[in-house]
Ligand binder design. Structure first.
Ligand code: NAD
Length: 422
């Protein structure tokens, strides 16, 4: 009865009883995985009765894998994700020494999971530092495979750094831009057309499919013209050439403005909005970090590079209740590979105490249900989470900030969410 999720062409084929591999995770991973799976199972049962059910398959990674197999990320685990396509994971300890930089990075690179998707929405009642938390509804598409995260770095004083410095001066025409050539470290920032396009295409398709109002390209192209600036231009070129009349770009607006004046350009923009076109715009990263706090309602889907995406994800998460309830996924939309994950770390100080908030993993599970097309079950969980927060029944991270709240343990919170599925 248990079957595999498959990808044929553009279509994900999801059987009624899919095998879903999961990595329990280290630290609080043990505390949150079971309760999160209970919530997801309950939502599926509530929505589809006996006709659909997830068949969970545990695979090993992190400390648990190391203790049982001597390896941090066994090949069998990677093979399970290759075979079953869609999986979920708890947080993993980053091994100290031993060649692996980060297990998460290794998973993303091996399966070429080029999109890191982080939806950011507010649940009524959750404490927020911003004035309009109810108007926050953003979806971050962070490029996952390029940028300074490629790991091409050379430490000051090494032969490699010296060789690179000589290459820059002798062959690349660099004169005095490196202020202290004798003791500079270097990092290389690859941003490609192919890498940018596949990320931006996924963001545009997501916005069109969900009828979202805009896609904003966030970049620092005013300074890094050939990397981040190129990302912006690749994005506009792609939107205009591949998505035609489904989008209206800011670049077209600016062209109209210079040719026909502001009144005509504004009119075209208004018409585009009215007819449901996705508005494609861009903003410089520092301005975005400020504007998204002050005017969150101006932003919907965000497409950006790896480092910007890292900073932006945490700021936006803080606007709606912090990392305890921020979900995430790493996806390759071409192969279908997708790993849904808690965005926080292993929180070793509270592991085993019942204090961990399972919200991030539960909501990652909801993203997984949406990805599988089981939207009814996903809506059940969203709805139940809304009710649970509105009743102020929360785990200790949120309890400390909410007046009149009832403190629940990790497992009690999951039970409460299940009780609130109407
Ligand atoms: P962390 O996210 O584990 O903890 C940061 C703070 O948030 C701590 O105060 C912690 O108690 C709190 N916190 C985190 N998740 C929570 C939850 N669900 N409920 C309540 N409180 C929560 O970050 P860190 O301390 O920098 O990292 C600890 C370990 O986790 C490191 O080994 C790091 O490499 C790893 N890590 C893994 C991932 C991942 O697997 N995706 C991500 C980040 C860090």
């Amino acid at each position: 009865m248990n079957e595999k999720v498959r990808k044929t062409g553009h279509q994900l084929e999801v059987p009624d009883f899919p095998v879903i591999p999961f990595i329990e995770g280290d630290g609080i991973g043990k505390d949150i995985m079971g309760p999160s799976q209970r919530v997801i199972d309950a939502a599926v049962a509530k929505s589809y009765g006996d006709s659909r059910k997830i068949s969970w398959l545990e695979v090993l990674a992190g400390e648990k894998a190391y203790l049982q197999t001597g390896e941090w990320l066994p090949e069998a685990t990677l093979n399970a994700f290759r075979e079953y396509l869609v999986g979920i994971k708890g947080p993993l300890t980053t091994p100290v020494g031993g060649g692996i930089r980060s297990l998460n990075v290794a998973l993303r690179q091996t399966l070429d999971l080029f999109v890191c998707l982080r939806p950011v929405r507010w649940f009524k009642g959750v404490p927020s530092p911003v004035r309009y938390p109810h108007l926050v509804d953003m979806h971050i598409f962070r490029e996952n495979t390029e940028d300074i995260y490629a790991g091409i770095e050379f430490m000051a004083g090494t032969a490699e750094a010296g060789k690179l410095m000589r290459f820059l001066t002798e062959e690349m025409g660099v004169t005095d831009q490196v202020r202290f050539p004798e003791n500079s470290s270097f990092g290389v920032k690859p941003i490609s057309k192919d890498g940018s396009e596949r990320l931006i295409r996924a963001a545009l398709e997501y916005a069109i499919e969900r009828e979202l109002p805009s896609v904003t390209l966030v970049h620092k192209g005013n300074i890094m013209k050939f990397t981040e600036g190129a990302f912006k231009n690749f994005g506009y070129d792609l939107a205009e050439s591949e998505f035609g009349d489904q989008v209206f770009t800011w670049r077209i607006y600016e062209k109209l403005k210079s040719e026909r004046g502001k009144i005509d350009a504004d009119k075209a923009l208004e018409e585009a909005k009215k007819s449901g076109k996705v508005i494609v715009k861009d903003v410089i990263t520092d301005a975005f970090l400020q504007e998204s706090l002050l005017r969150p309602f101006d932003y919907s889907v965000i497409a950006t590079m790896n480092l910007n995406g890292d900073y932006i994800s945490d700021q936006l998460a803080a606007m709606v209740g912090g990392i305890g309830i921020s979900p995430g996924a790493n996806i390759n939309y071409h192969t279908g590979y997708a790993i849904f994950e808690a965005t926080h770390g292993t929180a070793p100080a509270i592991a085993g105490t019942g204090k961990a908030n399972p919200g991030s993993l539960i909501l990652s599970g909801v993203m997984m249900l949406e990805y599988l097309g089981w939207t009814k079950a996903a809506e059940h969980v969203y709805d139940a989470m809304d009710h649970t927060f509105a009743k102020r029944r929360v785990t200790s991270d949120l309890h400390a900030q909410m007046e009149g709240a009832t403190l629940l343990s990790t497992s009690e919170f999951a039970d409460e969410v299940i009780r609130n599925m109407h």
